[in-house]
Design a protein around this ligand. Structure first.
Ligand code: SAH
Length: 401
């Protein structure tokens, strides 16, 4: 009887199995000693240590530095359509308590931390947006779509697989409906506030759901505080601050479409004082200097810049940019003022971020204390085995003088 052909297999260099034994889901190109078989992009490969020990089943990404992403550490688990149905079902089920009348959005699938590397799914009311960012996720696209169809009651599933990471994986951009029709206006209710979401053309999947708890926190702090919201995107923190009783909010972003949508969102909330919001289309680095030179001051500042350091490789240059904006923000803060400052850079961890902000305070001659910490909301879990998942971090500071 002919022996059943063994599937494709990766053999690692001696000692390089360590991270997999700790259940970290990535295999970098430098760890691989040998590829046996000829897997196509996205195919499932078995990973073995140098001495032949079975370690994991993973998706083959021939064009990426992350050459394989683990689907399963269980040798008895097959990677097939049923596997994706199960994983999607588990992820959706884990968010059961996250949506209600006051919160109609949440992240349904958060990549590696939901056991689905390269898969992001965000819910905005009846619309779910899917983003596939790795070869394995692309290979199992139909099964993932079927899983979302079965486990959610979304009327439209829309694909936004156009993130930069796809290029590194050798995958073309794909944007369009997977089923159903995208409504002309997609809205999201968060903390009772209505936001317009540009699913087809906005950043990420259209909205920064990861800041939900932090926007609620800022809302609770805003009463009576003149507020500056830098890198405001579609006005998330702006509306939250207005709802919390900020008498005036100045919001800055360099994206005109984002600011236009922010205005639309504010108009969807007639209970908010529209006249209290001022929107400025400007480069934040320049505008913060201009405000400083004009001796402007605020009681509450939100600083939520884009990912300045995608990887640790960019950390040094990014550190200077983070320090620059934090220094300027601390100067613009009145005594007793609050600064909510964030970094969503995977390449800057919480310890480094705190150090950067401390350096900024020193240079600004500001006496400031940390009175709180921010992280992504709980629908963005972070697997203990995957520290890279903890990308969003923030500090709440109070300036003494
Ligand atoms: N706080 C927002 C998310 C911010 S995302 C929320 O809660 O929804 C980062 C934003 O920074 C994006 O909207 C992007 O357009 C903007 N941005 C990037 N570079 C900028 C720059 N140099 N000046 C001003 N805005 C910038």
């Amino acid at each position: 009887m002919a022996e059943r052909a063994a599937g494709p297999e990766l053999r690692l260099h001696p000692g390089r199995e360590k991270s997999l034994l700790q259940r970290h889901p990535w295999v970098f190109s430098g760890a691989i000693a040998e590829l046996r078989g000829a897997p196509a992009s996205g195919d499932t490969v078995a990973i073995r240590s140098a001495d032949g020990r079975w370690l994991a089943r993973a998706a083959w990404s021939p064009e990426s530095q992350i050459r394989a992403r683990v689907w399963s550490f269980d040798e008895t688990e097959t990677v097939d359509a049923a596997f994706f149905d199960r994983r999607v079902g588990e992820a959706v089920c884990a968010r059961a308590g996250f949506t209600d009348a006051a919160h109609t959005g949440c992240r349904l699938i958060h990549g590696e931390s939901d056991g689905l590397p390269g898969v992001i799914a965000d819910r905005y009311g009846d619309v779910v947006v899917l983003q596939l960012g790795a070869a394995g996720a692309e290979r199992w696209r139909d099964a993932i779509v079927a899983g979302l169809r079965r486990h959610t009651d979304a009327t439209c599933l829309f694909e936004r697989s156009d993130a930069d990471v796809r290029e590194r994986e050798g995958l073309p951009a794909r944007v369009g409906p997977l089923y159903g029709t995208l409504p002309d206006a997609v809205t999201l209710v968060e903390d009772g506030l209505v936001y317009r979401v540009d699913v087809a053309g906005g950043q990420k999947t259209g909205f920064y759901l990861d800041q939900r708890d932090n926007r609620a926190r800022v809302r609770r702090l805003a009463r009576g505080r003149e507020t500056l919201n830098v890198f405001c995107y579609t006005g998330g923190f702006t509306l939250a601050a207005l709802a919390g009783g900020a008498p005036r909010v100045l919001s800055i972003d360099s994206s005109a479409p984002a600011l236009a949508l922010a205005r639309d969102s504010l108009a969807c909330n007639p209970q908010l004082p529209a006249g209290a919001a001022e929107w400025r289309d400007a480069d934040a680095f320049t505008e913060l200097r201009r405000l400083r030179d004009a001796a402007a001051s605020f009681d509450l500042i939100v600083l939520d810049p884009p990912k300045l350091a995608p990887t640790a490789h960019h950390a040094e240059k990014a550190s200077r940019a983070y320090k620059d904006i934090n220094l300027l923000a601390l100067k613009l803060l009145r005594p007793g003022g609050l600064l909510a400052t964030f970094s969503c850079s995977g390449g800057v961890d919480a310890a480094l971020f705190r150090k950067i902000v401390a350096g900024a305070a020193l240079d600004a001659r500001a006496d400031a204390a940390v009175i709180g910490h921010f992280a992504a909301s709980a629908d963005h879990p972070c697997s203990l085995a995957f520290p890279e998942g903890e990308y969003l971090k923030g500090l709440l500071l109070r300036k003494a003088r």
